[in-house]
Design a binder for this molecule. Structure first.
Ligand code: ADP
Ligand code: ZN
Length: 606
């Protein structure tokens, strides 16, 4: 709106200047030899005029003495009538040679058209600016229904294409998707045998595991165009937009068949219907219906394959998963250590690595990292190396980047007071000591009291191998480790700080899950408590359904308390018993702020 006003103002100024120019231009046209009509009349009466030439409103007067004059007359009035009105004697007039010439073409047209055209032109310019303003204000009402899918045409340049080579790990997924590539490249083979080519593939995997990358690779392998749209992009403020975008997307896709349509985050539109709080006919539902209609409407030989991605297959509407729709499901696991090494290899191809860099060791230190995290790690390492003025990426930068990706950047600027530093040191030493003493915990990789991201300090533990399963004993020890910091503060200072908040929350959450989800309670027996049936309102989970009685709820609370107290007690014993070691760790931490695995083990060995 402010912009509009500004433009209007500018426009107004321009108008003023232009009209001013015109005014002065017509003014300037009054040279010295112009005379009034009165003068002309006198001259005619005095017989000193030889001839008068009429050009429109301009009278060129030639006097007998050879000089010339110009006279302007009123618009539209004829010269003879004018002169009569000024009472020129007819006999004197008869002696003047009067000649009427056409006005010169240009000035005639200019004088005729300018008064009409100029305002029109100005109004036109004004409207044009207004219209541009309104468009700029993003009221593209007419474009709403069109899909904003991004289309990736296959480059002629084969080198730039993303293919399966660029996707590391996920072997099973690649194997399954090779079939899709075949459907796209040689559909005949399948149609001749009467096979129905699948229309939809659902990629299931956590964020950053490479779903988008894999879909692109399929398009690259098959050398077909790739339409990319995210589920959340279908849904706008206005009802019906989503459905219309789906229609538009599929129309475009069918035109460029064979091709791949990739719908990211399908759960944004494909959640189970009827569970929304916004009535049964909400926008999401219509969008979903339209997707189903489009997929059902494919001719058997329409060679469009829809690949959808989600990390929540459990919330999807069953209608989406029926045969003929997204009936193929491809799961992308989190990368294991070999996959991680592979992914690191793929992403370090264009990065110069130092000679002693071992990607395997990086992979060892990064369990739980997704492909995207690993790509990010290498990028951070490259940036860090550049900032350190190195020409190659070396191990220290890589290690540092692991922590950065995990915990956020180091914040050396957040200066801890000596007291805070001491508390943090005891807190982290508490975690580390408990970890070291208990047998079923992951080894300590690093302790630091430099704050990082949200954490004041941190103790990094990394499992020796990738784990898919955890035992009750491991969890119990983990609880003690989590409470180790809190207990250390209490034992040493007799007081507690807010630094332990997130530890306590994590511990409580873990204890609850042990009891309600994993059946690991002593008394409550082998069952789960509470079902996470989702009520969806604005896409958030509001509610955990309670499927147990008030009495059981009390017992669950008791159990949680019991586990936590037990864990705290164990931590306290360890800290009391090994206090000299604790002090040693704290001393080292205060001195050098960070302890690596080897240094730590050296300290606590004895
Ligand atoms: P998703 O769609 O599953 O959230 P993306 O496909 O967008 O994840 O992955 C993000 C980035 O992470 C990719 O562009 C790629 O650089 C990297 N990445 C993820 N998985 C892999 C993998 N298996 N191999 C190579 N790079 C990967
Ligand atoms: Zn802690």
């Amino acid at each position: 709106m402010k912009n509009l006003l500004k433009n209007f103002f500018i426009f107004f100024i321009i108008l003023l200047v232009v009209s001013g120019l015109f005014y002065s231009a017509s003014d300037a046209e009054q040279p010295k030899d112009y005379v009034g009509i009165q003068k002309l009349v006198e001259e005619i009466n005095g017989e000193s005029v030889e001839s008068v030439t009429v050009e429109g409103n301009l009278l060129r007067v030639k006097l007998k003495d050879g000089s010339g004059q110009k006279v302007k007359k009123e618009n539209g009035e004829s010269l003879s009538a004018l002169l009569k009105n000024f009472s020129v004697a007819p006999d004197k007039l008869a002696k003047v040679n009067i000649e009427v010439k056409d006005e010169s073409g240009l000035s005639f047209w200019a004088s005729m058209l300018l008064p009409i055209a100029l305002p029109l032109l100005l109004i036109g310019v004004f409207i044009y600016f207004m219209a541009r303003q309104i468009q700029g204000a993003n009221v593209r009402a007419l474009m709403f229904g069109q899909s904003q899918a991004r289309e990736v045409k296959q480059d002629q340049d084969k080198k730039k294409q993303i293919t399966f080579k660029d996707v590391a790990g996920v072997k099973e997924a690649k194997e399954e998707l090779k079939e899709v590539v075949e459907f796209l490249t040689s559909p005949k083979k399948f149609l001749e045998l009467g096979a129905n080519i699948p229309k939809g593939v659902l990629l299931v995997g956590a964020p950053g595991t490479g779903k988008t990358l894999l879909a692109k690779a399929v398009a690259g392998e098959a050398h077909v165009p790739f339409f990319h749209m995210s589920g959340s992009e279908f849904v706008e403020m206005f009802v019906g937009v989503g459905a219309s975008r789906v229609r538009d997307l599929f129309k475009r896709a069918k035109k460029s068949a064979p091709c791949i349509v990739f719908i990211d985050e399908i759960d944004a539109v494909g959640r189970q219907r009827g569970s929304g709080l916004g009535g049964s006919h909400d926008e999401r539902e219509q969008t979903l219906n339209q997707i189903l209609v489009e997929m059902d409407g494919f001719e058997p030989n329409t060679n469009v394959i829809v690949i959808a991605a989600t990390n929540r297959p459990d919330v999807l509407d069953p209608a989406l998963l029926r045969p003929g729709r997204f009936d193929r499901r491809v799961v992308l696991d989190e990368p294991d250590i070999n996959d991680r090494t592979e992914i690191l290899k793929v992403h370090s191809q264009k990065k110069p690595l130092g000679k002693e860099v071992s990607l395997r060791r990086i992979a060892e230190r990064t369990p739980g990292f997704s492909g995207a995290d690993l790509a990010n790690l290498l990028n951070e390492a490259a940036i860090l190396s550049a900032r350190n003025g190195k020409r190659l990426i070396e191990m220290p930068e890589l290690f540092q980047s692991i922590e950065k990706v995990m915990l956020g950047p180091e914040r050396k600027s957040r200066v801890l007071s000596d007291k805070e530093k001491k508390i943090t040191a005891y807190h982290e030493a508490g975690h580390a000591l408990v970890t070291h003493i208990l047998p079923n915990t992951d080894p300590v990789q690093k302790i630091s009291i430099i704050s990082r991201g949200m954490a004041g300090g941190y103790t990094l533990k990394v499992p020796l191998e990738d784990k898919r399963m955890h035992s009750r004993q491991e969890f119990l020890e983990e609880l003690s480790v989590l409470l180790g910091g809190y207990i250390a503060e209490r034992e040493i200072f007799g007081d507690i700080t807010t630094g332990a908040t997130s530890d306590l929350r994590t511990a409580t959450h873990l204890a609850r899950r042990m009891i309600t989800d994993y059946g690991m309670s002593r008394e409550l027996g082998p069952r789960t408590f509470g079902s996470r049936e989702e009520l969806i309102f604005l896409g958030r989970e509001l509610h955990e359904q309670r499927d147990y009685s008030e009495k059981i709820a009390e017992r669950i609370d008791d159990e949680i308390m019991h586990y936590l107290n037990e864990a705290a007690e164990r931590a306290r014993q360890i800290i009391r018993e090994h206090k000299p070691k604790l002090e040693k760790i704290v001393e080292a931490l205060l001195k050098q702020e960070k302890l690596e695995k080897e240094e730590f083990e050296e300290l606590v060995k004895a």
